[in-house]
Design a protein around this ligand. Sequence first.
Ligand code: HGY
Ligand code: MN
Ligand code: MN
Length: 415
Amino acid sequence: MDSVDLATRAVREDRLWQRHADMAKLGGTPKGGVNRQALSAEDAAARSLLMSWAKSRGFAVSTDGIGNLFVRRAGTDPNARPILSGSHMDSQPTGGRFDGMYGVLAAFEALEALEDAGVRTKRPVEAVAWTNEEGSRFQPGAMGSAVFAGQYDLQTMLEAKDWDGVMLKDALARTLEAAPAPARDPGNALDGYVEVHIEQGPRLEDARKTIGVVTGIQGSRRFIVTVLGEEAHAGTTPRAARKDAFASAVAMAAAMQAATRDAEDTLRFTIGRVEVYPGSPNTVPGRVTFTIDMRHPETAALERYEATLRDAVARHAAPCAATIERVTDVAPTVFHKDVVDMVRDAARRLELSNMDMPSGAGHDAMHIARLCPTGMVFVPCERGISHNEIENATPQDLAAGTRVLVETLVRLANR
Ligand code: HGY
Ligand code: MN
Ligand code: MN
């Protein structure tokens, strides 16, 4: 039996499932989901738990300037560029227990399987938990992987503030105090990256396939719209004299919803957060901010739709003033053919039903793909539901995706 077979057979479905249950307690919510937002106490607890597991297996742990957490299994050639695999442990406020966490635990299970099977690889293999992928507390999302890949400036990200005005660098300092780790050697030279994730959509389940061979990720842009009006008394101020920021924001949002409806239902347009200031029932709102999350497989379409958003803001601002600021712009990602082929070959060799597919969701892999040959492996989630506490997956599918990961990692680590 060759080393790949030894390693894939050493993947333990029960251990992987139990680790998900252990992690789901950290920030666990009544409906069985998690609220483990980036750099929260719950996030620090998850980091501590992962590091305790790593230390018990003799793996080296380290962290970098934005708090990405690395678990390294040495290779026979210490100078060889490592292969990384991972995802994120932070969650949405009403998140599920698999989004992100599965990718981190699958990567860790891969290290354990290699260790249990006594399989050595030429290159070091590292499991990674990227900081703040969700971007629900601190914007922008996929922050840790973007800083690691040189896409975002570290200092700028450290100064990001959450909705309550807490600065990221202060939250990071508290997290590292609660879950300390030695500094990772500087540099981001990698020889490959593979991320495992639940699909977060219904296509695999509908097609009755176990493995998604992910070919790429659609483009995404995030915006913040700010509407400035004038606080006024709700009882005495005539409509004609009002500068009602909420009335203007609603008109803009309605125009945007109409302008972003496309016949093929390809564009994804979401207003996910609205803040009304001062938020008093009997004061006309003086300020409204709302977020926009827009996605599409083609850059030209994103350009076109961005112009319609800007036009809607200009046309519906009066009698208030309004601005629209683009917070992120991540181009569509095409994964490296070698890695995509390895994932598909591994699924076939393991006799797992599979299909090529793009990712509708964003992932840390979109930034790491700018650094090295990168690919992703999807497994189904129940009814495609995610970013929801009832998100669910099966132990069998999680283990199957992990076996495909192990095979792909061994091939990358020995080439
Ligand atoms: O928003 C996304 O696509 C990712 O799930 N954070
Ligand atoms: Mn995710
Ligand atoms: Mn997510």
